[in-house]
Design a protein around this ligand. Sequence first.
Ligand code: 4F9
Length: 249
Amino acid sequence: MKIHILTIFPEMFAGPMSTSIVGRACQKGLLSIEPHNLRDYTKDKHRQIDDRPFGGGAGMVMKAEPFFEALTTLVGAPKEKKEGRKIIMVTPQGATFSQAKARELASYSELIFLCGRYEGIDERVRETWVDEEVSIGDYVLTGGELPTMVMIDALVRFLPGALGDEASAEEESFSDGLLEYPQYTRPEVYQGMAVPAPLLSGHHEQIRRWRRKEAFKRTYQFRRDLLKGRSLDIEDQVLFAEALQEVGI
Ligand SMILES: c1cc(-c2cnc[nH]2)ccn1
């Protein structure tokens, strides 16, 4: 997978995108991440990438020209549909990012992220080039760079070979739609708090059931919405009922 990022702060990506799972995936050749400095696509001596909004108002708007120049260099003509490529504008107005969207984006061979700053990007960029707008949540950030890194971090885990065995097990539990069960490691007792006995039993089936029940408890307590309309098999119905009983419902 090839990822291009159009930004005025390419240096923001160096650390996070060369670390841990994303960094290792790049080293394995599973993906390449290439930030492009929009200032390199300006034509004036001041390398201007923003200007005042028409119609007045506070703040600055990112000019269309640097985006057009960069995208023409990268993809040729606008809306030239290329199988496996998606151009994404990262904005608060976008559809909210999710695990399902991460999985979908991981299926593309080329992604181009447009990172806005200031009051946003000249509308003609969206009209001409953008396939999809994506937000990571209903809050305004300084720019699209951090949300872009969040999305890359989430989607890279779906690239075959990106995860070690242990991490893919963790993915399995979340992607089945429940919150993660509680995790413990040594020592068995710390500050007077003991690790739950089932985890010390060595009884794998007992451990699996305990973890599933705890996942139901947490999901019910903190993200009840994830349970709405969810059909449960017989075992899950029993574990869910036990979980509710244990939390006093
Ligand atoms: C994606 C982008 C943004 C954002 C971009 N520029 C200011 N806020 C916020 C949330 N999700």
